[in-house]
Design a protein around this ligand. Sequence first.
Ligand code: ZN
Length: 253
Amino acid sequence: MPLNPFVLEVGNFMRYGIISDIHSNLEALDAVLGDIQGQHIDAIICLGDIVGYGANPNECVHRVRQLTDQVIVGNHDHAAVGLTDISYFNPHAKRAVMWTTKVLSSDHFHYLAELPFTIQREDLFFVHATASDPPAWNYLFSSQIALAEFEAFQGRCCFIGHSHQPMTFSLENRGLPQRIENLTCSPQGRYIVNVGSVGQPRDGDPRACYAIFDDQQGKLRLRRVAYDVQATQRKILQAGLPPVLALRLAHGE
Ligand code: ZN
């Protein structure tokens, strides 16, 4: 498919496409990029975990590098290049990380190793896991933790990934997690938004997930995009990766 480069330059951008947790799933990534092309997006931001679990790490890193220079690192990217301890990974994730390390091109390996933990753009903050301690790879599910996280970033919105479960936390709502597909941010409000996962959704919906944020209007929209799950599953099995990593994609878990 033809790709348009979304390279950020200095200045204010109106509409962000925010993608996260691609996990070497090329079919899901291409479906999302096809959808993005019709959404009048000015800039794409990638919140990390480009690799891990799936069978196309090199292809996915290549795509992301073509698309945007606004990319932060995820725990699976860091693990694949030997920068994060994988002893806490479950056995399937561990096998996938070791396989990824073996097949990654040295160019893509060095690219992943150099990615930053965070991006701040105007009053928007981007991090894979949590703003308070990015390299700790903590998960954010509860209002108690969310309220503490609001102290840890500057600006109105913090965009995260990592849990593969799209949800929104707002200060107005005392940090309670909410499932919101369309949100109009109030001008004085502050928000933490988990944009879900492109390549391995875990909220029961197998379709790829990403977010569009219109900076000027304060409008957030989650998009779900169907892709060829069976093609991805076949590749995972052919690569000799754990079958459970293929099976779970059909159920979005
Ligand atoms: Zn992930």
